[in-house]
Design a protein around this ligand. Sequence first.
Ligand code: ADP
Ligand code: MG
Length: 257
Amino acid sequence: MAMADTNTQGMTVSDEVAIEIKNMNKWYGQFHVLRDIDLTVQRGERIVICGPSGSGKSTLIRCINALEEHQQGSIVVDGVPLSSDLKNIDKIRSEVGMCFQHFNLFPHLTIMENCTLAPIWVRKIPKKEAEETAMHFLEKVKIPEQADKYPGQLSGGQQQRVAIARSLCMRPRIMLFDEPTSALDPEMIKEVLDTMIQLAEEGMTMLCVTHEMGFARQVANRVIFMDAGQIVEQNAPEPFFTDPQNERTKLFLSQIL
Ligand code: ADP
Ligand code: MG
């Protein structure tokens, strides 16, 4: 395992640790869903997590954001230990943006209102400033003209880009993506991936659960393969795809590539 210091695209990875997970275990009742997870993410890293359905990818992502509790081991995000202390959880959630398969936009609010709700009410940012920030990010995801529409009036790809813009409005230092394109029609996948590529190029620390292997090759500096609640293998994209070591990785790749 090498790679934190190198990448194929000349995007920078710093020495600073963004996320440190040590010997983490999680159970759902009796079911041991995550086993002995060790994972250190440097600032600026772009990690793709793949693996079969049910392997624990979503659970891992949700633990990092304290949407799920872990029972053993430690998770430290931006130097803040994820404990049951609500203050810490609030701090971590404000540093970490999350984008899901289903966009979870508020259907009764406009795109602009979706993007300004949390900044105004959680961050206490003045409305005008929050709207300027929202416009900035809506321009970045290339849909400023949709600001006054409602989510139901937008395509799936546009809604997902709004969801990304909405996360960015909270100024996160880390972005977590959980299969952001898997509910989209094929023609909309590219526009969402392009947005994610742009974020990566700007240096965002990203953990992406995705089976978009073209994206992984282009953007990731590290690909992680999970199976049955464990990190089974990880490597830079090129060796990961061309020379997987573990039998389970080989089987998985033979099924999806
Ligand atoms: P993946 O995202 O890799 O498909 P998940 O993290 O969603 O996997 O789920 C891992 C395993 O945990 C699956 O077997 C799933 O059925 C189970 N699981 C997920 N969420 C819950 C829950 N809230 N309660 C009990 N079991 C769950
Ligand atoms: Mg999942």
